[in-house]
Design a binder for this molecule. Sequence first.
Ligand code: G6P
Length: 369
Amino acid sequence: EEAEKGGYEHFMIKEINEQPRALRDTLKGRTTHQGDKVVLDEIKMTTHQIQGIKKIIITACGTAFHAGLVGKYVIEQLVRIPVEVDVASEFRYRDPIVDKDTLVVVISQSGETADTLAALREARRRGARVVAITNVIASSVAREADDIIYTWAGPEISVASTKAYTTQLVGIYLLALYLAQERNTLAAGNIKEILNELKAIYAKAQQVLDNESQIKEFAQQYHKCEDAFFIGRGLDYAVALEGSLKLKEISYIHAEAYAAGELKHGTLALIVENIPVIALATQQSLYEKMVSNIKEVKARDASVIALAMEGHTEVEKVADQVLYIPKTHPVLAPILTVIPLQLLAYYMAVYRDCDVDKPRNLAKSVTVE
Ligand code: G6P
């Protein structure tokens, strides 16, 4: 096992560091040479079928569900089809409204999660076409779906999912751009622009990883806390949920993620002196709103770590500490934003002497209901 860890102390930190490679591999061969279009030979759906889609439902569990939440924002924005996201264990029991004009997207690293597989079967039984985003070749989900987009993360050993999540995001971007191409919802120039940025993302992910020492310091400073909050708007909210889950899973710190605009409807009552609040502010169109939300928690003396995109320094005036991610297209920011949150959870857990790779009561793949 030590040899498999390749010199790292845990699988989780090894897998976090593998993300630039995993992202590159997942993207490889999936664009034209000119870089202006997505090529997804795995998708057998015809243009006619794609044009007939009236609704998309994304269903998954755990971290894959959080990737699905990013998918909702991305697909609605780029393709303008309404998207619902549901945890698989809810979807299958809620008598979902699904028919042949519904595209169901299931996301599963292992491809063996019982609830996700049952959701896939339920969707097909009701006549929907199912696209699977999965990491394991010939897994049950891969075998039963109509179309597959494989992620090329490589084997993920750590129970806490990291490289699977960021490669699932790439799968979602590719699917969204592919649907946009086939439905003509985006100008060719826009598709090319996003694809160019996507091709640059793994080098930027490496830049974020190179900044590890700053995050380690945060972890050192805050690892004794009992509660933590993650706030964000739009895509940042979806990433906040994943950051909060990572922290809970491996460090056992109670963490909550909140849509920043919802703070005043309850959570603000829980914000007390020195409580760490991780505020994600990478979305330019929502930046000013986030600055106001940070002021709200600062007024209750919280300790705020903000994450913003390079060049957006106004947040320094209100947050205690700011961590910058490299500039990218706002829609792609989640790939870069989640990395510091993975590192934060990892180092917090290490400082608390937790069994990082095998957190209590959790399994890598849940194959029973
Ligand atoms: C388990 C794991 C999670 C994972 C979830 C879904 O709960 O502990 O890390 O996100 O299953 O797994 P899947 O293989 O379907 O992505």
